[in-house]
Design a binder for this molecule. Structure first.
Ligand SMILES: C[S@@+](CC[C@H](N)C(=O)[O-])C[C@H]1O[C@@H](n2cnc3c(N)ncnc32)[C@H](O)[C@@H]1O
Length: 275
């Protein structure tokens, strides 16, 4: 079988299993299995594949056909300017979270060595992107999941980025004062889980998805360590209520930001200690 025939077969296989971007995913999986760029898939379209090459491609395509997230099958995923290792230990970093990082960078731009706390760091995406794009930043990141922290530490080592990782329930036990506390806490309502795509529902860690009151607790506790900005990624349906909650807690400069799709996904506010 030629590469082109295997690509066509893989596309059909994935489409039949409900994968939305079947052609694109098949291209990325074949390219990875064969060690080629996507362009080379086309320049080598008529080349017959060896049995070993077909087996390597089959393994990846079957995993994706079981609706495992593309990022887990590939084992890495681009986030901002970094390529992060991705697997079932943590949530796949999302494009909307890149906007959160963008906003954080704007808020700390004027500070040479901002003290930053990322709560619920998962793969380390937010903490590592901030450390990478603001080299003066001193970044601490927490997660309740030991497995997620392991992955985040692997990513930090891979990119030689200096972030302090702490296992903690939100920011329990975290002391000090931060110019920025940022978090993308779990924000799916438990009742919504069943309706989500299998990639999310069946593969990503439930503890990274389901809201168990983390946002409310964060708002209440972050002011203890803040002299600056709180930035939260939120469920689009909860942005206004979260903003109101933050305002009621005594924060100033409360604002709601949009993601690339125009959905209200970000809430920010400022806390200035009185003494
Ligand atoms: C939505 S994921 C975000 C991961 C990463 N920050 C990102 O944006 O891709 C939420 C993360 O919060 C962590 N988490 C959930 N509850 C927590 C808690 N009570 N304390 C600390 N981390 C928690 C989960 O383990 C998960 O890694």
């Amino acid at each position: 079988m030629t590469l082109g025939e295997v690509l066509a077969g893989a596309t059909e296989y994935l489409a039949n299993r409900g994968v939305e971007s079947a052609r694109l995913d098949a291209e990325r999986l074949l390219a990875r299995a064969l060690g080629l760029s996507r362009i080379e898939l086309y320049t080598q379209h008529d080349r017959p594949l060896t049995e070993a090459e077909r087996e390597a491609a089959r393994e990846l395509v079957q995993r994706r056909g079981a609706r495992e997230p593309l990022a887990y099958v590939l084992g890495d995923w681009d986030f901002r300017r970094l390529t992060l290792r991705t697997d079932a230990r943590a949530l796949v970093p999302r494009p909307e979270t890149e906007i959160v990082v963008e906003r954080c960078l704007e808020l700390i731009r004027g500070i040479d060595c901002p003290r930053v706390l990322d709560v619920g760091t998962g793969s380390g995406a937010i903490a590592l992107a901030l450390a990478h794009e603001h080299p003066g930043a001193r970044v601490v990141a927490t997660d309740a999941s030991e497995a997620a922290l392991e992955l985040a530490q692997e990513n930090a080592r891979e990119h030689a980025l200096n972030v302090t990782f702490v296992r903690a329930d939100l920011l329990d036990g975290v002391d000090g004062t931060f110019d920025l506390v940022v978090s993308n806490p779990p924000y799916v309502d438990a009742g919504e889980l069943a309706a989500l795509e299998p990639e999310v529902r069946d593969w990503e860690p439930r503890s990274a998805l389901v809201d168990e009151g983390q946002t409310g607790r964060l708002v209440a506790d972050a002011s203890r360590v803040l002299d600056g900005w709180l930035v939260l990624e939120v469920h689009e349906a909860h942005a206004r209520t979260t903003a109101a909650q933050i305002e009621a807690a005594g924060y100033s400069d409360v604002g709601v930001g949009l993601d690339l799709a125009g959905k209200e996904r970000l809430v920010e506010a400022r806390w200035q200690p009185t003494s």
